[in-house]
Design a protein around this ligand. Structure first.
Ligand SMILES: [Mg+2]
Length: 223
């Protein structure tokens, strides 16, 4: 396998430990809205929210509708809960200094890299809170691009942003088998999958590499 000339990263579950952030958000929700409505303990309520969250893969509206259904006395509605949720996600993000150091090093080595993330415009606020917007050569948010991974047009945009023309020279690093890995492979990129303790689904194009943490790509770049 050739050494890649450019790296493209997913955000949630890849450059960002979003499950850890989500637990903090669930705890905040309990403290702000549920603490005096004692139908569940804090641990029970957080466990329920984590289950509905499904590592961020369940439909976001559906997830929040579960919160309102199980705790109808918060004074929140779908709209105000969505605003609260997005703000809470952003304020619970902290930069990961090891990841920032690694990516800053790519900039010093003039290795092109960027971020491609599915989601609303507030993904940019998450990038900023994580210290990534300040250093990323490019960030593509699906809500701005008009295409969502695994649509090959968003991978095309990313490849163009790296300045490369051959997708086989770029590697996509992500945790979502369908959106990140199968999508990137169909477009002709290399792919590294962050497994997060899961099995890779058998019917999809497999990754070139399976890793447990994003910083393991350092080894691929030295190979
Ligand atoms: Mg992800």
């Amino acid at each position: 396998m050739a050494k890649p000339n450019a790296l493209i990263f997913d955000l949630d579950g890849t450059l960002l430990n979003r499950n850890a952030v989500f637990v903090k958000v669930a705890q905040d929700f309990y403290n702000e809205y549920l603490v005096n409505r004692a139908s569940h303990t804090r641990d029970e309520a957080v466990a329920m929210m984590v289950r509905w969250d499904g590592d961020g893969y369940t439909d976001r509206e559906w997830m929040r509708s579960q919160w309102l259904k199980h705790w109808p006395d918060t004074g929140l509605n779908m709209q105000s809960l969505e605003a609260w949720y997005r703000a809470a996600m952003v304020r619970n993000i902290q930069p990961d200094s090891e990841i920032i150091d690694y990516l800053t090093g790519l900039n010093h080595q003039r290795i092109p890299w960027g971020i491609v993330t599915n989601g609303p415009l507030s993904q940019r606020d998450k990038c900023k809170a994580a210290g990534l917007e300040q250093i990323a050569p490019f960030i593509i948010v699906s809500a701005e691009a008009g295409f969502w991974k695994p649509d090959e047009r968003i991978f095309r945009n990313a490849l163009n942003a790296t300045g490369l023309t051959n997708p086989a020279r770029a590697i996509f690093v992500g945790d979502n088998p369908v959106a990140d890995i199968d999508g990137a492979k169909r477009f002709g990129m290399m792919a590294a999958w962050i497994r997060l303790g899961r099995e890779y689904p058998p019917r999809l194009l497999p990754p070139d590499y399976t890793i447990d943490h994003v910083l393991e790509v350092r080894n691929l770049m030295q190979a």
